[in-house]
Write a protein that binds this ligand. Structure first.
Ligand code: MRU
Length: 346
């Protein structure tokens, strides 16, 4: 079990592990309003699709608690704004909207109660979403582990681990479950430019568990796939369209093309809450574009010349035809497509 918490509820506040400061500092700033949680999501204090969804759910619970003694009109208006500010915090991960929809259902279902009771109900709903996320990740982890040989070397991109969820992780959940089942696991972690989720987060997280991990630059992935035996590439997802196209961290598409070239299975591990049946295909998924400063340099260091024209799309779409299988809590979907994905929800 990981020795850190991605999110935790303490003394009527939400604490988030500040992922911008890892691996150097492990600090837990406190948040007590929806606007503060939305800013934390936008600024990548907390990141990773399921973790964003859990944080947003807690953001709603915090706001209800903060407003519980207001007039009814003040409470209603404040909650309306809370859903709006959290819903607009990041565009690509659909778990955010999934979690907010669940919280809205609970808010509406509690309309007959006083606002103090509604705040308690919403905290319970947020805690359930977080606890459920860990259970789901353990279930999908077990399904995914069964796909791997007893000694396996897995490449991953970005961080789809405990740090990207309420615990255990999705892609790294598969690795963790396999290791817990006695398989000998080794991970190749792509550094994941520009925010370095692989170098800073995946390597740190696996070190905590004692799972061997080797860091490479993203552009070494093709060479490494050819020169060293890789049993599988496993990544997470921010949104999967109804036809099986996968939006995930920028560079995932390159990894899928390379995996196909090298005949390596390319697995996407995600909960059903990441599948968006309202998106017909990947081209419909909104792709976040972030500040150019993330590409021009890192923290206080700048390497691109001032005035350089920079594009910073932070997700890409991998066509379903490049995905060997989706690993979900309901089982493994080989060669995912419209029909097989729909069946997951039947
Ligand atoms: O920008 P990030 O760090 O939020 O992007 C995270 C990813 O792309 C993850 O792979 C994805 O959210 C799945 S996390 C289980």
């Amino acid at each position: 079990m990981a020795a850190f918490h991605t999110l935790r509820w303490i003394d009527d506040s939400l604490e988030l592990l500040d992922q911008r400061l890892l691996p150097d500092h492990c600090t837990y700033p406190r948040f007590d309003s929806a606007a503060a949680v939305a800013a934390a999501i936008r600024d990548l204090v907390v990141r990773g699709a399921p973790a964003i969804g859990c944080a947003a759910a807690y953001g709603i619970a915090l706001e209800a608690r903060r407003l519980r003694h207001e007039s009814q009109a003040g409470f209603d208006e404040g909650m309306h704004q809370a859903f709006a500010v959290l819903g607009n915090s990041r565009p690509t991960a659909v778990n955010l909207h999934w979690a907010l929809a669940r919280m809205r259902e609970r808010l509406q279902a509690s309309s007959g109660s006083g606002n103090a009771d509604r705040a308690v109900t919403l905290l319970d709903a947020a805690q359930r979403i977080a606890a459920e996320d860990v259970r789901i990740n353990r279930a999908l982890g077990a399904h995914g582990a069964a796909l791997l040989p007893d000694v396996a070397r897995v490449m991953t991109h970005c961080n789809a681990g405990a740090l990207a969820t309420a615990g255990h992780g999705t892609a790294l959940g598969v690795v963790r479950s396999a290791a817990l089942a006695g398989k000998k696991m080794e991970v190749i972690a792509n550094e994941t430019r520009p925010f370095l989720q692989g170098a800073r987060l995946t390597v740190w997280e696996l070190q905590q568990d004692g799972i061997p991990v080797t860091l490479i630059v993203d552009s070494a992935a093709g060479y490494v796939m050819g020169a060293r035996h890789i049993d599988a590439v496993i990544v997470g997802a921010d949104r999967v369209a109804a036809n099986g196209d996968v939006a995930n961290k920028i560079g995932t598409y390159m990894m899928a093309v390379l995996a196909k070239r090298h005949a390596i299975p390319f697995y996407v591990a995600c909960p059903l809450s990441t599948i968006d049946l309202t998106m017909p295909s990947g081209g419909d998924i909104p792709i976040e574009e972030r500040d150019s400063g993330e590409v021009a340099g890192y923290r206080d260091l700048r390497w691109a010349p001032l005035g350089a024209h920079i594009a910073n799309p932070v997700f890409d779409v991998t066509p379903a035809e490049l995905v060997t299988a989706l690993i979900t809590e309901k089982g493994v979907v080989q060669a995912p497509g419209r029909t097989t994905i729909q069946q997951l929800f039947n």
